[in-house]
Design a protein around this ligand. Structure first.
Ligand SMILES: Nc1ncnc2c1ncn2[C@@H]1O[C@H](COP(=O)(O)OP(=O)(O)OP(=O)(O)O)[C@@H](O)[C@H]1O
Length: 615
């Protein structure tokens, strides 16, 4: 491998980095980057990874670890690095979610835990809903020695693993602390298979690392650099784990985020994450001010809204290299019933597809919550115009599965032999999971070629989709897959992923009259207007965003959580590159108002956005 001189390194794919961004890419210390939406934070991490790998600043065989919040963000970043610096170097870039980072540590080194905290190898991932808490308390038993106290089920569901391990019996002094103490043995030792929530896994991972300095040392020897994306959403539990692993080490950490996009407070995001990081990691601080995503018109609206939320004028600039898009648009449409709203939204989308040459994936419908209910009428109105749309929440995580590139590339190659991108992606996947050297590539090529022939025959003989997918998995070998992606060791997780993939593929096949090529595009959503909640849209961008239902009911916690809900609205607005539309429908669900959320309407008005009757 020939490495590039540090001075000669250039950003990839025609990207021009602003001066600050250049400094961050090359920074030799810990750094903290605050930047607004579209400032290129994710792009910056991709470029920094290329720089570190291509110049061998991340010295071979050391690796870079990137931690994101969402599975699809982690997959996107991995993909960007692969594109920027090639498959070989990108194999030293590991992009994970916080959850998978923690789980990986427990799965690999869980034997280092004391017996009473050691989960069974086939442990199950559990989610605790507030409505399950009563039953959980009953099952754990009611102790007699603590006075009754009112415990919020919601708080318990969220905070059941809020304390650092080990919990000591002598510290139990209330009913709540009793249940927090008791839950560990109850779920780990008193079930046929241990049950663990993700917060418990993070706590176990943290304790494991804290009590095994050799493991911490091994981790710090594996990674020379660590990236933290969307740092504003870090919970204290995640931060504790991170600190235990990397604080005080030589590993260089880059944390990027945007406090105006802090919308996970309800899930425990730390309000002061950035300042703790600054103190603990003695970081250099940077700010990026360009917005590479949106038009000047939308940037001005965003700035006005941020100024209203924070009381300060954010420094955001439109890059000089871009020519301003003249017909950028932003409006609020007011309706009195769902039919009018749905017809008007469907007409607007139809117009954008026909007259502005947008592709379905360039347009997104966002809702604050309950996508099924808010978009039902719009979906059927779009259907009547032959425009397909779908609620992405169900697909997003599935498409980000680690086995998905394997499945999709094999299917694509079996139905359409000459697809060089799929072929090279498949080979690099096979090389990766087999840990093969370049010299062994030829052997892999032959076996892949033979397998694809066989798969083609299976497709022609119309075997069940589920069996086709199992053929693909068995070709690689379940063990190989599990060794490389430990999440598939978990109980029947791989089976569930395969079942879900095959039933979604069957849906697509049905819709496309059994034609595989079209069905694969359909499965990927290439021909559908995506519909999703704002929280699922984080990190994404679209030419045109239509936000359905800026109404009191959609923001029902507005009064208690004003700042976070303002940020949530801001995240929706900042997903748009060119057009942003909002609807208000006074007739929805028997009657809607905009009294509680009047501050949002005030900000919209202050930003000069027109509020007009929808037609
Ligand atoms: N230096 C650059 N020059 C040109 N385009 C850029 C540059 N940096 C980023 N972009 C483009 O701008 C858009 C936004 O970038 P990116 O998604 O990295 O921003 P972000 O800061 O992570 O956004 P957000 O926090 O809002 O999700 C993308 O389309 C990206 O390709």
């Amino acid at each position: 491998m020939v490495y590039i001189n540090k001075e000669e390194w250039q950003p990839k794919q025609g990207i021009v980095l602003e001066e600050q961004a250049y400094e961050i890419v090359k920074c030799e210390e810990n750094s903290r980057v605050l930047a607004g939406p579209g400032a290129g934070k994710t792009e910056l991490l991709g470029q920094r990874a290329s720089y570190l790998l291509e110049t061998n600043t991340c010295r071979n065989p050391k690796k870079i670890l990137a931690i994101s919040f969402k599975k699809d963000s982690a997959t996107n970043l991995q993909e960007r690095v692969k594109q920027r610096c090639g498959i070989e170097l990108a194999s030293r870039f590991e992009s994970k979610t916080f959850e998978s980072f923690a789980k990986n540590l427990v799965d690999r080194f869980g034997n280092g835990l004391p017996n009473y905290l050691k989960p069974s190898a086939d442990y199950i991932i559990k989610f605790i809903n507030p409505r399950d808490v009563r039953e959980l308390f009953d099952c754990m038993g009611n102790p007699e020695n603590y006075p009754w106290e009112r415990i919020s089920y919601r708080d318990f569901a969220m905070n059941h693993a809020s304390e650092s391990l080990p919990l000591l019996k002598q510290d139990v002094n209330s009913l709540e602390s009793y249940y927090k103490y008791r839950i560990w043995s109850y779920l780990i030792k008193e079930q046929t298979k241990s049950e663990l929530t993700f917060p418990m896994i993070s706590r176990l991972a943290e304790y494991l690392m804290r009590s095994n300095p050799k493991l911490v040392f091994a981790l710090q020897e594996t990674y020379s650099h660590v990236f933290l994306d969307e740092f504003q959403d870090t919970t204290s539990l995640q931060y504790d784990l991170f600190k235990t692993c990397f604080k005080g080490s030589n590993v260089k950490v880059t944390a990027v985020g945007d406090i105006k996009q802090r919308i996970m407070g309800w899930a425990g995001a730390m309000p002061e994450a950035f300042s703790y990081f600054g103190k603990d990691f003695h970081s250099e601080n940077y700010e990026l001010i360009l917005n590479h995503r949106s038009t000047k018109k939308l940037i001005d609206i965003q700035s006005s809204i941020v100024e209203d939320i924070l009381g300060v004028n954010p420094e955001t600039e439109y890059p000089t290299y871009k020519a301003e898009t003249k017909n950028s648009d932003c409006k609020v449409f007011i309706y009195e019933n769902e039919i009018d709203e749905a017809e008007s939204v469907a007409n607007l989308i139809d117009y954008k597809l026909e007259s502005e040459n947008l592709q379905p994936r360039d347009i997104c419908i966002l809702v604050r919550m309950l996508p099924d209910r808010y978009s039902e009428t719009v979906i059927s109105e779009l259907n009547s115009k032959n425009i397909h749309s779908r609620i992405e929440n169900k697909w997003q995580d599935l498409l980000a599965e680690n086995c998905m590139p394997l499945i999709l590339n094999c299917l694509r190659l079996a139905i359409h032999e000459r697809d060089p991108d799929s072929w090279s992606d498949l080979l690099s996947f096979l090389k990766y999971v087999n840990g093969a050297y370049d010299s062994e590539e030829y052997k892999l090529e032959i076996s892949a070629h033979q397998f694809l022939q066989k798969l083609k025959e299976s497709i022609l003989s119309e075997i069940q989709t589920r069996d086709l997918i199992w053929e693909i998995i068995n070709f690689v070998g379940i063990d190989h897959l599990k060794d490389n992606f430990p999440e598939y060791f978990q109980g029947d997780y791989l089976e569930r992923v395969i079942n879900e993939t095959s039933s979604f593929l069957d849906l697509s096949l049905n819709r496309q009259g059994g034609k595989w090529k079209e069905a694969l595009d359909d499965f990927l959503g290439l021909n559908s207007i995506p519909i999703m909640s704002i929280h699922k849209s984080k990190g994404l961008e679209f030419e045109c965003v239509i936000f359905l239902g800026l109404e009191d009911d959609a923001f029902r916690n507005y009064t208690e959580n004003k700042t976070e809900e303002d940020y949530t609205f801001f995240v929706a607005l900042s997903r748009a590159k060119k057009d942003f539309y909002i609807t208000f429908n006074s007739g929805r669900f028997g009657g809607q108002q905009r009294i509680n959320i009047s501050p949002i309407y005030q900000m919209i008005d202050n930003a000069g956005v027109d509020i007009v009757k929808g037609t």
